[in-house]
Design a protein around this ligand. Structure first.
Ligand code: NAP
Ligand code: F7E
Length: 325
């Protein structure tokens, strides 16, 4: 059966960084885009404000099966992108069981809702390089064994395996994208790259006089979120559901990020502004996270377009503009 000319997509987590970029990409591609949002006393839809007239929102929560079934029934999606999760690793030690519910069991709830109401749809699960944790090999591929090092990583391993299990048990078109860190001007302020670019801009504008950070030697394989949502879409255009690693294949340290950001903000040397604070050091750290995305290059034709340095510089520029009024 051919793909519909004007397909419908449902995005959970549409108010997040990736949800916003993916919604934009799908709207541009002519999709009818639906998003699932959870109720809050104050709406926080800033990232999708510019798209509000062109998307349809449905109330729902990963903890509430009824709402997931209703969101799928109402949107009748050809593609479901399950991006919703408690995504901040540091908080997963503070709320470990809630993280398991959202980030782990929430995936089963979504798959069950899809099996019941839209079994022909294609499903994307937002898996993570955090599943590799204490890495078993470098670089990591789709066949590298998992060794998660945080409650978040453990929950994502569950979400990954249940996606594969539903694919094999019920023949669902269910794909797991194993994405390494990806950042942007829409990144939450608690994540280290955005924390650094925002503070560099704030210091330059005289709004702050320092930034407190944890482990400056921590390294990650960081890419640009806009490049990565394209990979999500490409995965669901394949006839066969599968697993794909998405990464740049290069790693940089938090220190490298600080150096580039402070240079871009025109602050010169960063040392006088950076304080080390143990509250930002994790109970367990992950080392040597470097992804090998050659399967995605071969089968999807996907390659990262934006280097780490370009990414941090564009994030600083965006924060300079944001704070400069
Ligand atoms: P994000 O900015 O933190 O967005 C998370 C989204 O999930 C938000 O829209 C949030 O809604 C929603 N959400 C959280 N709990 C929910 C619940 N119980 N019910 C319904 N919605 C809920 O995350 P992101 O960076 O865009 O990441 C998207 C996904 O990819 C996540 O699953 C993340 O774990 C995964 N991932 C991210 C990266 C990365 O580097 N960014 C790498 C690998 C995997 P509110 O706005 O209401 O809070
Ligand atoms: O930390 C170190 C910290 O919080 C990166 C999520 O999107 O990517 C993200 O998880 C590194 C860590 O991201 C601070 O110890 C130092 O080593 O930006 P982060 P993360 O934990 O890698 C993965 C792939 C996901 O799936 C997640 O959803 O930076 N670090 N000092 C710090 N980190 C923070 N947040 N704050 C600091 O002050």
């Amino acid at each position: 059966m051919g793909r519909p000319l004007s397909p419908r997509a449902l995005i959970t987590g549409i108010t997040g960084q990736d949800g916003a970029y993916l919604a934009e990409l799908l709207v541009d591609k002519g999709y009818e885009v639906h998003g699932m949002v959870r109720r809050a006393s104050t709406e926080k839809f800033e990232r999708i404000e510019h798209l509000r007239e062109r998307i349809t929102l449905h109330q729902g929560d990963l903890l509430d099966q009824r709402s997931l079934v209703d969101a799928i029934r109402a949107s009748r999606p050809d593609e479901i992108y399950n991006l919703a999760a408690m995504s901040f690793v540091a908080v997963s030690w503070i709320q470990p069981t809630l993280t398991a519910e959202f980030t782990g069991v929430g995936v089963t709830r979504m798959l069950e809702a899809m099996r019941e109401t839209a079994p022909e749809a294609r499903f994307y699960q937002a898996s993570s390089s955090e599943m590799f944790g204490k890495v078993r090999e470098v670089p990591q591929t789709e066949s590298t064994p998992f060794y998660p090092r945080s409650p978040y990583g453990v929950a994502k391993v569950y979400g990954h395996h249940i996606t594969v299990n539903y694919r094999e048990s019920y023949g669902l078109h269910a794909t797991s994208g194993i994405l390494f860190n990806h950042e942007s001007p829409l990144r939450g302020l608690e994540f280290v790259t955005r924390k650094i670019t925002w503070h560099a801009a704030a210091i330059k504008h005289g709004l702050r006089d320092h930034i407190s950070l944890g482990n400056l030697d921590a390294r990650r394989d960081w890419g640009y979120a806009k490049d990565y949502v394209e990979a999500m879409w490409l995965m669901l255009q394949q006839d066969r559901a599968d697993d794909y690693v998405i990464a740049t294949g290069r790693s940089n340290s938090v220190r490298d990020c600080v150096e580039i950001a402070f240079d871009q903000a025109g602050l010169g040397s960063w040392e006088p502004y950076v304080r080390l604070d143990p509250q930002f050091v994790r109970p367990a750290e992950v080392d040597h996270l470097i992804g090998d995305a050659s399967k995605a290059a071969r089968e999807l034709g996907w390659r990262p377009k934006t280097s780490f340095e370009e990414l941090i510089r564009l994030m600083v520029d965006a924060d300079m503009k944001l704070l400069g009024g």
